[in-house]
Write a new protein. Structure first.
Lengths: 288, 385
């Protein structure tokens, strides 16, 4: 090898390290948004595990994060608003070997799709749900979400939000999720660790990723641009170990956002139980 | 009265069972391996039967949290390569509406059975109806075509459910079987035969690196379908998209896609549409009926013919896409009057009224829950002619 071969050309320098894993022409996100880091974190984990497109599937709903499924070079499904989880359930039931990852936003998963979330957690179906929580409806123009904090200004709460938000960690834990974590979107190493744990856990996994929306949330609440808003959030982050899920405070007013892993539990997954049912049915043939 | 399972029965022996059970057994015969549903009268027996039967054959039954989840689960399963079905009734189909559109857009083979019970709203849960004839056609928003089959007998609940799976696989589309509370619940002898061809969906026609999920190579406008769990990677979206699946928001892009999705179904009308006809050749007046309500028509027609009236009938076995070619044929045969008989306040009759330049159209259209008796149909026919 001659030395000049080691010199990178400009084209090579510009190549994305995950270019074989991602459809870079489908990134439509605002510069400064953390959805991109979540997407690359997922791809990094899948790549490290040696997964190829026959091993996994990505499902998303509607909204900013809804558009994220298109970024993966995988079987990727952009479904209807709120229905990513039941769609993913169908994929997993039909092919239990698949690693099925749902990547969607807080409005999609917890307002219109809230019912599906709690039931999937209750079933302990072996899928991973990543919720990119920006506390607002981004794509539709900054309306109040079930995760918007009290008194915050949105385009449909011009006088301040009068509804308290869901704490997604407590909700997931109460519904029966067997792995529950929350991380800020910029903390990709901890996020990736959680994604690895989710891949290993044979149950329902929930990871809340905080990705503030400076366009829709920041400007209306005077929190500055993308970087300023991240700095503002970073000051509030407290990483705790062994924090019970009901103590996982997320409160911009108090300036406290508890991050960490809140539930790690071993419980038999849904497709495993389904397999047992099949055995039972075969031994006890159907008689009318 | 003995109820035996299909596998214990040689196919030349009829068993006595209900429409809903025959439908479920038809699905299994066609290769259905996943059922996702939500309880609703009068379709619940289909789910109950599937919950017992599917695990025996390595299939999956799941009772979802609602109908929205049920159909989404079926589309997901379809994209993992399994034949999937859900069953519901009017209110449940209303909830499925948005995802019927997703199934059309994603070109996912899937079967939806609706056991019509009348409405609006909660309506008459324990009764029959034919008032969802437009719901099955137009439930979802947007410009699309869909295949709807209409069984009249318990045997057809079995046969047409099989056909629904075959059409869904062939044309990569949701197919609806529109039955009713009467037919779903009533018992009749049925042959669980295996005398049919099982259709499987078209596979990708190019290797993974060249695959584009909506690239069409054939005249039937149906692209080869890759599924999750294979070497193929693909992106599918409910947004209008180009052949690569990438969202495409230009007017031309939308037009190209919508035209293909619609043409794929309408061009296949000669293959899809099916009906039974009698005495058409020498009739002045023809009665058109479908589903449970068509069962009284033959007797009424025989009676009329005995009285010297030149009358015949057609019974539609598929409702949508509407069989325009049948109407044109009736026009060519020179019939002067078409009487549409249906258990609603006038629905499918409106489709036939597009052909009033060929013949006069009148209807026996009553929003009742009881199928019309031969005597009643005869009386009404005599008033009409």
């Amino acid at each position: 090898m001659i030395p000049s071969d080691n010199l990178s050309t400009p084209e090579e320098t510009l190549d994305h390290p995950l270019k074989d894993w991602l459809n870079l022409n489908r990134f439509i996100f605002c510069p400064g948004c953390l959805i991109g880091t979540v997407i690359t974190s997922i791809s990094t984990c899948l790549k490290e595990r040696g997964f190829t497109s026959k091993d996994y599937a990505i499902v998303s709903g509607i909204g900013c994060t809804g558009r994220s499924s298109g970024c993966f070079k995988a079987p990727a499904f952009h479904t209807t608003h709120g229905r990513a989880i039941p769609f993913a359930t169908g994929l997993k039931l039909a092919n239990p070997k698949l690693e099925v990852i749902v990547l969607s936003g807080d409005g999609d998963l917890f307002a219109i799709g809230g019912n599906h979330f709690i039931h999937a957690a209750r079933r302990n179906i072996e899928i991973t749900v990543l919720c990119v929580n920006n506390n607002v409806y981004g794509m539709t123009g900054g309306q109040v979400a079930p995760t918007t904090h009290l008194d915050d200004i949105t385009s449909t709460t011009p006088y301040g939000n009068i509804e308290p938000p869901f704490n997604l960690i407590s909700l997931a834990a109460a519904a029966g999720a067997t792995y529950v974590a929350r991380w800020p979107g910029y903390d990709t190493l901890r996020l990736q660790k959680s994604i690895f744990k989710s891949i290993d856990n044979e149950g329902f996994n929930f990871i809340e990723v905080l990705a503030p929306c400076f366009i829709q949330y920041g400007t209306k609440n005077k929190l500055g641009d993308a970087v300023e808003m991240l700095e503002w959030m970073k000051k509030q982050i407290q990483i705790k170990t062994d924090c019970p899920p009901h103590m996982a405070t997320f409160d911009f007013k108090k300036g406290v956002i508890i991050c960490g892993e809140f539930v790690e539990e071993k419980r038999e997954g849904f497709t495993k139980r389904m397999e047992q049912i099949r055995e039972k049915a075969k031994n006890k043939k159907f008689k009318k | 009265m003995s109820l035996k399972l299909s596998k214990n029965n040689p196919h030349n022996k009829a068993i006595l069972t209900t429409g809903n059970y025959a439908c479920a057994e038809g699905a299994i015969a066609a290769g259905c391996l996943l059922f996702a549903g939500y309880p609703i009268t009068p379709s619940s027996e289909i789910a109950a039967y599937m919950s017992r039967r599917l695990p025996e054959i390595n299939g999956t039954f799941i009772q979802m949290e609602d109908e929205l989840a049920s159909i989404a689960c079926c589309i997901g399963a379809s994209y993992a390569g399994k034949k999937a079905m859900t069953a519901t009734s009017g209110p449940g189909l209303s909830l499925m509406a948005e995802n019927i559109g997703l199934g059309v857009m994603l070109e996912a083979p899937l079967v939806i059975v609706t056991i019509m019970r009348g409405g609006p709203s909660t309506g008459q849960p324990t009764n029959a109806s034919q008032s969802d004839v437009y719901q099955v056609r137009y439930a979802s928003h947007g410009d699309y075509q869909i295949i709807v089959l209409a069984p009249s007998t318990v045997q057809e609940m079995y046969d047409l459910t099989i056909r629904a799976f075959n059409l869904a696989e062939k044309y990569r589309t949701p197919v609806i079987v529109a039955s009713d509370g009467f037919l779903g619940q009533m018992m009749e002898p049925v042959y669980y035969h295996s005398n049919f061809e099982k259709v499987e969906r078209k596979k990708p026609q190019v290797p993974p690196e060249k695959y584009k999920p909506f690239e069409v190579f054939d005249d039937d406008l149906v692209p080869g379908m890759a599924v999750a769990g294979t070497d193929y990677h693909f992106y599918v979206t409910g947004l209008t998209h180009d052949i690569e699946g990438t969202p495409e928001m230009t007017p031309e892009g939308g037009e190209t896609l919508i035209k293909r999705l619609c043409d794929k179904i309408t061009r296949a009308r000669p293959d899809i549409n099916d009906w039974e006809e009698k005495y058409i050749d020498d009739s002045d007046t023809v009665v058109l009926a479908y589903g449970i309500n068509a069962r009284g028509v033959p007797e009424a027609i025989e009676q009329a013919r005995q009285q010297g009236h030149k009358m015949g009938y057609v019974r539609l076995k598929s409702l949508w896409p509407f069989p325009d070619e049948l109407m044109e044929k009736l026009g060519r045969q020179g019939i002067s009057k078409l009487i549409v008989s249906e258990m609603n306040y006038g629905m499918l009759i409106r489709e036939t009224q597009r052909f009033q330049h060929l013949f006069e159209v009148s209807g026996i259209t009553i929003p009742t829950t009881i199928p019309f008796s031969p005597k009643f149909i005869y009386k009404k026919m005599m008033e009409e002619i």
